[in-house]
Design a protein around this ligand. Structure first.
Ligand code: ADP
Ligand code: MG
Length: 394
C-alpha cells in the first residue's frame, strides 16, 4: 500500500533522512520508532507530499506522490505533529470545512457523524475547538485525517502532550482504526508501538536500523546471555569485584532500586555462563546477591542494542561521576514513591514523562529503560480505558 525507496532528505548540509526504504502492506499498523530528531516527521512529511525529498521515491497504492499527487493524496489522511486546527470554528464547522476542502464525495452528514462517533467527539461537536482539551483537539485532528475515507492514515506522534488517560484513549481509538486502515504511526515511546503496532521500524539519525515484527526483533538478539542482578553494597566496590571476570560483555548500572543495594544489567559473551564466577567474586567480597534474574529482551533493549553501541555505553558509564549516579538513584527513588498507589494513571504518567533522547547519559537511559519496563503493564492495559471512555472534554 505504501512503498518507500531510497528516500533521502537533506536540509542544506544536514542529512535528516538517509536512504530509507520500506513498504507497508494494506491493513498493517506500522510503528515508526526513533528518538527525537531521528527523522520521523521529515519522513512523514515526504510521505504525505508536504515536503519534497532530495532523492528517492514514494508510492501510495501504486501512485507516485510527486508524479500523481492528487491520486496519491486522496488515499492519505495525515495527522501532523501539530494538527492544523482552526480554533474559532466548532468541531462540526471545522470537519465540514475539511470535507469541502478535500472534495469528499461521501454523504456528508452520515460520513462526518460516523467519523465523530469513531473518535468519540460527537458530544463536543458544537463546541469551539479553542475550548477543547488537548486530548479532544487531538481527536479532532484524527477526525480531519479520516475525512474522505483515506485508506492510509499517517499519524505523527499522536499522543505527545496528552495526559495518561487521554493517551490510553487515543491509543484505543488508533487500534480500532487499524482494523480497516493502513496506519503508520510515529513515536519515541516503545510501549506505545508495542501496544499498538504489528510491525516496527526503528530509525536513528535518519537511518533505518531495524525493521521487523516486535516479536522477531526480540528473537534476533534473544540468544544473548543477559540478566539483571541486585547486589547489596556500594556501587564502586561491586564493580571492582566484578572487574576481572572473564566473559562479561558489559555491565550497566541501573542505580539504587532498593535501599542499600544497586541493580545492574549484565550481559555475557555468547556461550559463557558467568553467573557462578559472579557469585564467587561477590561472595569473596562479602557482597550479598539479593536477586539474579534472566531478562526477556523488551523492545527497549532492542532499541538500545540497535541505536547504541554497548562499548559506548561502557565509556559513558565510566565518565558518570559518583554524584551523578547518586542523582540518578534518587530520581529513581522519588519515581518509585510516586508509583506507590495503585492508580494506573499515575504510573502511566511517569512512563510517558521519561523520554529517551539521543544525548541522555547512558546511566539515565538505563534508568529509563528499567522504569518503562516496570510500568509497561499499566500502559498496555486497555481494560482501564474502557471504563473511562466518557472523559470530560474541557
Ligand atoms: P523527528 O520527527 O524524528 O523528531 P525530524 O524529522 O523532525 O525528527 O528531524 C530530523 C532532523 O532534521 C533533526 O536533526 C532536525 O533538527 C532536522 N530538521 C528538521 N526540520 C528541519 C528544517 N526545516 N530545517 C533544518 N533542519 C531540520
Ligand atoms: Mg517529529
Amino acid at each position: 500500500m505504501v512503498e518507500i525507496k531510497n528516500l533521502t532528505k537533506k536540509y542544506g548540509d544536514k542529512l535528516a533522512v538517509d536512504n530509507i526504504s520500506f513498504s507497508v502492506p494494506k491493513g498493517e499498523i506500522l510503528g515508526f520508532l526513533g528518538p527525537n530528531g531521528a527523522g520521523k516527521s521529515t519522513t512523514m512529511n515526504i510521505l504525505t507530499g508536504y515536503l519534497s525529498c532530495t532523492s528517492g521515491e514514494v508510492k501510495i497504492d501504486g501512485y507516485d506522490i510527486l508524479d500523481n499527487p492528487i491520486e496519491a493524496k486522496k488515499r492519505i489522511g495525515y495527522l501532523p505533529e501539530h494538527p492544523p486546527l482552526y480554533m474559532d470554528m466548532t468541531v462540526s464547522e471545522y470537519l465540514d470545512f475539511v470535507y469541502e476542502l478535500k472534495g469528499a464525495t461521501e454523504d456528508k452528514k452520515e460520513h462526518l457523524d460516523k467519523i465523530m462517533e469513531a473518535v468519540k467527539i460527537t458530544d463536543v461537536k458544537d463546541r469551539l475547538i479553542s475550548n477543547l482539551s488537548k486530548g479532544y483537539k487531538q481527536r479532532v485532528g484524527l477526525a480531519q485525517a479520516m475525512v474522505g475515507s483515506p485508506e492510509v492514515l499517517i499519524l505523527d506522534e499522536p499522543t505527545v502532550g496528552l495526559d495518561p488517560k487521554q493517551i490510553i484513549e487515543i491509543r484505543d481509538v488508533i487500534k480500532k482504526l487499524g482494523k480497516d486502515h493502513t496506519v503508520i504511526l510515529s513515536s519515541h515511546i516503545l510501549q506505545e508501538v508495542n501496544a499498538i503496532c504489528e510491525r516496527v521500524i526503528i530509525i536513528n539519525n535518519g537511518r533505518l536500523v531495524a525493521s521487523d515484527t516486535a516479536e522477531n526483533l526480540g528473537k534476533s538478539i534473544s540468544n544473548e546471555n543477559k540478566f539483571q542482578l541486585r547486589v547489596a553494597g556500594d556501587e564502586r566496590t561491586i564493580l571492582d569485584a566484578l572487574e576481572n571476570i572473564a566473559g562479561i560483555k558489559y555491565i550497566k548500572s541501573l542505580g539504587r532500586k532498593e535501599t542499600g543495594s544497586i541493580d545492574f544489567i549484565i550481559e555475557a559473551e555468547p556461550n559463557m555462563d558467568v553467573r557462578t564466577p559472579i557469585f564467587n567474586a561477590l561472595a569473596q567480597n562479602s557482597l550479598p546477591i539479593l536477586a539474579m534474574q534472566a531478562m526477556d529482551l523488551s523492545l527497549e533493549d532492542i532499541f538500545l542494542e540497535v541505536t547504541q553501541n554497548p562499548a559506548e555505553i561502557d565509556a559513558v558509564y565510566e565518565s558518570v561521576s559518583e554524584d551523578e549516579v547518586e542523582m540518578v538513584a534518587s530520581v529513581s527513588d522519588s519515581a518509585e514513591t510516586e508509583t506507590q498507589d495503585d492508580e494506573p494513571e499515575a504510573k502511566t504518567e511517569i512512563a510517558e514523562d521519561v523520554k529517551i533522547t539521543e544525548d541522555m547519559p547512558a546511566a539515565e537511559c538505563a534508568e529509563t529503560a528499567a522504569e518503562e519496563e516496570e510500568t509497561a503493564d499499566s500502559n498496555i492495559d486497555d481494560s482501564a480505558a474502557e471504563e473511562k471512555e466518557e472523559g470530560d472534554p474541557s
